[in-house]
Design a protein. Structure first.
Lengths: 167, 390
């Protein structure tokens, strides 16, 4: 991949990451290339699993739906020959796990889970997570409020406060 | 006493800006989109704002040296070298001003005496003519055209020069057209000027916002350097309009003259703004690049949108404006702006506001979110469809 193409691919990804609703036609105009080139690039990126999916950022707090989110620090004993990946997989396969990261520092895995209530989360931690053989300890922190999620700030959009009279 | 009679005729000679009426209309409208504003929609990057806050916490609330903090002038000197390959001594060749606007005013005040002619290619930023008139100077305008891509040509310049010509104002990338002048274009202007005693005020406030190739200044020509006052600032590139901070670079004699006026009229530029500007120059290159990239995408969407609406639209290569030709609508620029605003709630500015030769054009800025731009273009296309265009 030459550097010009690499830059093009990066721009396509940046644009779609900022707003997944832009059409291929719009992206083509923005980058001064043909629609076919954009379509081809997106197709390849999807096939390579570089574009993994398209989602909507939702502020559930403004809806009727009640959810509780917790961040759990997990210490595990890595298994010989499998390292952390196997145990991580056993954890992230649960649908209530939203994110799962291997960490450096004082603990091994960050697990972010979502449930309907505090009880849900308590149940998950005590019955599912803590009972796994390789899990040594867990420490659960509840999310009280979301300010920013994946680069999107949740506060209400500000009105354009620029003066209209200046040239 | 008739107070009106007491006002200096030089000030009375300047008419009030004719743009206000639309803005009054706009203020009463809900969900109107303004493509009329001449400043970035981005808020100043956080690290720069934080540096301003920190300076207040530390108690930097006093005057600074008249020329601006030396630390800031040193950063400006490095910046001019790094970005534009221009060399200026921070001690004697750079002055920090209250926005690029003050620098323009200072430069004209330092150079112009009553009767001197100042050549102003139009369409252009609205301040050059009034600032010339305030000094008793005589503005000599040049009508640029879309056929020449709104560039100044040596023929047009030559025709405007008289024995009284003192100053030429060049402003590229240009507000309102978005035109730029490349090395070949400028070389021809240099040929006209190099053996003449004419100073150039080169307003390069949009220099960072250049989309095809790199910005070049007439001061990059060694034979011109001492004749040129380069004006730049933080407003556009760093999204710092409200901080009111600009600067001028030039020959020590002219900077010293500007300094004299500045110290009596202004004292010094705002202290916290200067502190924030040091941070801006030291560690914001990547954020400037990201903003320029985003402007570039919006620029293409705008040009495409106006063309689809049925207008000839010159492709701007700098600043954040497009300047489409709306004559095919059969309306004057004024009528067009008023109808577009009342019927589709989109505000653009009449090209005539930037000089008579801007009649038949409108200025639309893409310093607005992509969402708003796409929606505004939809409305403009609906409007022209109604007119039977596009």
């Amino acid at each position: 991949m030459d550097s010009k193409n690499a830059e093009f691919i990066q721009e396509v990804l940046e644009i779609l990451e900022s707003n997944g609703k832009y059409t291929e036609e719009q992206i083509a105009v923005m980058l001064n290339v043909s629609v076919d080139e954009v379509r081809e690039a997106i197709k390849t990126l999807e096939e390579k699993n570089i574009i993994v999916g398209y989602k909507t950022v939702v502020n559930w707090e403004k809806t009727q739906k009640e959810t509780v989110t917790a961040l759990i620090e997990v210490k595990v004993a890595p298994q010989r020959g499998e390292g952390f990946d196997k145990i991580a997989e056993r954890i992230y396969r649960y649908p209530e796990v939203k994110s799962c990261y291997l960490m450096s520092g004082g603990f091994d895995l960050t697990v972010i889970i979502e449930g309907k209530s505090l009880k849900d989360i308590a149940f998950f931690v005590s019955e599912k997570l803590a009972t796994l053989e390789s899990v040594l300890s867990t420490s659960t922190h509840f999310v009280l409020k979301r300010y920013k999620e994946n680069g999107t700030i949740f506060e209400d959009k500000q009105r354009d406060n620029r003066e209209a009279v200046i040239l | 006493m008739n107070v009106k009679e007491m006002i200096s005729p030089w000030v009375r000679a300047v008419p009030p800006s004719g743009i206000r009426k639309y803005f009054d209309l706009l203020n009463d409208m809900k969900d109107a989109i303004s493509l009329g504003v001449g400043e970035p929609d981005f808020v100043t990057p956080w690290n720069i704002r934080e540096a301003g806050i920190y300076s207040l916490e530390k108690g930097y609330t006093h005057y600074t040296p008249n020329m601006g903090y030396l630390e800031l002038r040193e950063e400006i000197s490095r910046y001019m070298k790094r970005k534009f390959n221009m060399e200026y001594d921070p001690k004697s060749e750079i002055i920090v001003t209250v926005g690029g606007s003050e620098a323009i005013d200072l430069a004209l005040r330092a150079l112009v005496e009553p009767g001197d002619e100042v050549i102003i290619p139009e369409p252009c930023f609205v301040a050059y003519k009034p600032c010339t008139l305030f000094n008793g100077g005589k503005p000599v305008t040049i009508r640029l055209s879309s056929e020449n891509k709104f560039k100044l040509t040596p023929e047009l310049l030559e025709k405007s020069i008289t024995p009284r010509t003192k100053v030429l104002i060049l402003s590229y990338p240009n507000n309102p057209t978005g035109a730029v002048m490349n090395r070949e274009d400028l070389a021809k202007i240099v040929e006209v000027l190099k053996d003449r005693d004419i100073m150039v005020i080169s307003d390069e406030i949009y220099a960072e916002l250049t989309y095809e190739g790199k910005h070049i200044s007439i001061a990059n020509f060694p034979e011109m350097k001492e004749k040129v006052i380069v004006i730049n600032g933080f407003s556009k590139a760093f999204a710092m309009t409200g901080w009111r901070l600009g600067f001028a670079c030039g020959h020590p004699d002219v900077i010293n003259a500007m300094f004299k006026i500045h110290q009596y009229a202004i004292m010094c530029s705002p202290t916290m703004s200067q502190k924030a500007a040091i941070e801006a120059l030291r560690s914001s290159d990547s954020q400037v690049t990201a903003m320029v990239r985003e402007y570039n995408r919006r620029r293409r969407i705008m040009v495409d949108g106006f063309r689809k609406a049925g207008f000839d639209c010159f492709e701007p290569q700098g600043a954040f404006y497009v300047f489409p030709d709306i004559r095919s609508s059969g309306m004057t620029s004024d009528q067009f702006c008023e109808r577009l605003l009342t019927e589709e709630k989109v505000l653009v500015v009449s090209g005539a506001a930037f000089g008579e030769c801007g009649e038949g054009f409108v200025r639309a800025t893409y310093a607005n979110s992509m969402e708003n731009i796409i929606e505004a273009l939809k409305r403009i296309q609906r409007f022209t469809k109604k007119l039977g265009l596009g």
